[in-house]
Design a protein around this ligand. Structure first.
Ligand code: ATP
Length: 238
């Protein structure tokens, strides 16, 4: 029987009395890239944090391949296979690249497979292999972002969530990063990606959702969304 990689329904959450998410429904098919678009403050990061168990959901549910991850502690959500690479990378600047990558492999299952996974990460980002013993602080912004993605992969995700991975990168580095993300999909992983580079991400994505005021206002294939007049006017300035 078909099971979505990630299924979210009726998800509501917020901070104190403020409701940020007001009934979010979203689904990722296995092996697809799904883009989450929305203005600043729409609640995109809050959605990832709620799925991750960092923000408590008031109602609704989240499932990974049919298994509930709703209400689990954050480390259990990671163990179940939903792994987030946070906005702003959050690397340990004084640790080497190798040490930063290993931080991702702390669960028993990930630790046991760490050497194989590390080879896969180095294959995806050869520059990280070359520089494995250098401190993270010596890398360019684009390379640091590769470490952040690599660290998330070290946790053996079933669904990888990326929060604005292209933030602050030069255009050429954004292109390279997106090429690598497309390669990750070939490994049959599912990817949920938040991006301000709306045009580029929708060209790559299999499907996309637009979050406005804490609700999904629009969804469709990347091509459908790129052809949508509301999306073009609001997010592409066309
Ligand atoms: P951005 O593109 O700016 O990251 P976003 O769509 O990811 O935007 P969120 O970061 O999820 O938006 O924020 C949604 C709303 O929740 C905003 O109004 C924000 O001010 C508020 N918010 C975010 N974090 C907190 C917090 N820790 N405490 C209280 N309010 C918060």
């Amino acid at each position: 029987m078909y099971k979505p990689a990630l299924k979210i329904a009726g998800l509501t959450s917020g901070y104190g009395d403020i409701r940020v998410l007001r009934g979010v429904d979203l689904e990722l098919k296995p092996g697809t890239i799904v883009a989450l678009i929305g203005a600043n403050g729409a609640g995109k990061t809050t959605l990832l944090r709620t799925i991750s168990g960092l923000v408590k959901a008031d109602s609704g549910f989240s499932e990974l391949y049919g298994e509930s991850i709703h209400g689990l502690a954050p480390h259990r959500v990671v163990q179940a296979g939903f792994v987030q690479s946070p906005e702003g990378k959050q690397l340990f600047a004084d640790m080497t690249i190798l040490e930063n990558l290993m931080v991702g492999a702390h669960s028993k299952r990930a630790y046991e497979r760490r050497n194989e996974t590390l080879e896969e990460v180095y294959e995806l980002f050869p520059i990280l292999a070359e520089r494995r013993y250098q401190r993270a602080s010596t890398l360019s912004g684009g390379q640091q972002q590769m470490v952040a993605v690599g660290r998330a992969l070290m946790a053996l995700p079933k669904v990888l969530a990326l929060d604005e991975p292209s933030l602050g990168l030069a255009p050429i580095m954004v292109d390279r990063l997106f090429e690598s993300i497309a390669k990750i999909r070939e490994r049959n992983l599912s990817i949920l990606i938040i991006e301000q580079n709306v045009f580029q991400v929708l060209e790559m994505a299999d499907y996309g959702y637009v979050l406005e005021n804490g609700q999904i206002s629009l969804s469709g294939t990347g091509a459908e969304l790129l052809g949508n007049s509301h999306l073009r006017a609001t997010y592409l300035g066309l």
